[in-house]
Design a protein around this ligand. Sequence first.
Ligand SMILES: C[S@@+](CC[C@H](N)C(=O)[O-])C[C@H]1O[C@@H](n2cnc3c(N)ncnc32)[C@H](O)[C@@H]1O
Length: 291
Amino acid sequence: MKIQQYIEQTAKRMLKHDLFYGHGTDNPLDEAVYLIYTSLGIDFADGDQDNRVLTDSEISVLERAVNSRIEHRLPVAYIVGKAWFAGYAFYCDERALVPRSPIAELIRNRFEPLLSSDPLRILDLCAGGGSIGIASALEFADSQVDLADISVEALALAADNIALYDLADRVTTLQSDLFTAVDGKYDLIVSNPPYVSQQEYDELPDEFLHEPALGLISEDEGLELPLRIMREAADYLNEAGVLVMEVGYSNELLAQRLEKVPLLWLQFDQGGEGVLALTVSQLQQYRECFK
Ligand SMILES: C[S@@+](CC[C@H](N)C(=O)[O-])C[C@H]1O[C@@H](n2cnc3c(N)ncnc32)[C@H](O)[C@@H]1O
């Protein structure tokens, strides 16, 4: 069987089994290409291989991978150990969430027009495997970046990703309950914290249950951690500093609770929503509202 035929057959199987998409792709065909190309070690740019005939041993490797996706509902990134974010490849496994934040688009656009100059100190708070902070470090070559997370396991994965890009001189991991162990001030704090309520978590498709619940669930209808970040971020930002934070589909509830705060919801060309930006002076001015 040719690679192209195996891809089409797999996409059909996926469609029949009513999988959830949203950990890197949004449809069965892209999901099948991601799984099959990466399992075979083929570069996405190298379309010439689609007509190559698969060997028996390749087919048995692929069958195992496809079964993990269909029978066990594992996200592809965990099966192949690799995810792409903001155009960069990262190691990915069950120690941290699969990276998928729309913040990727902001990084590729160098956070324009939110920053008055290139950030020299960046904090990726709730960094998981480090994709947001590391992609930011790659975009801003003069920046120093701290990756903070409460999970030792996630930070170990982040350390692997720092080594992957040889960034140990500019990117550091920090175990911290939000800002507790954070020191000094930053030009940019970027965060994708947990923002899913327990009730929403209980209804999520099985794919999410392979991810650490610590990375998803937040008390107070999902808003406990985002509000804590908003309350404390001003103390860790320089004069022109900015907080960029994702709250996903908790955006409506947050906007309702913070009626008086002029939240700037960012727009995305490549899809996604629920990412806000606040300047340090706004965070100071409205601090009482975040309680
Ligand atoms: C939604 S995941 C985001 C991971 C990564 N930034 C990304 O976008 O893929 C949230 C992360 O927050 C971490 N976390 C949960 N509670 C935390 C806390 N109190 N302080 C710091 N990190 C926390 C989790 O371990 C998890 O890695």
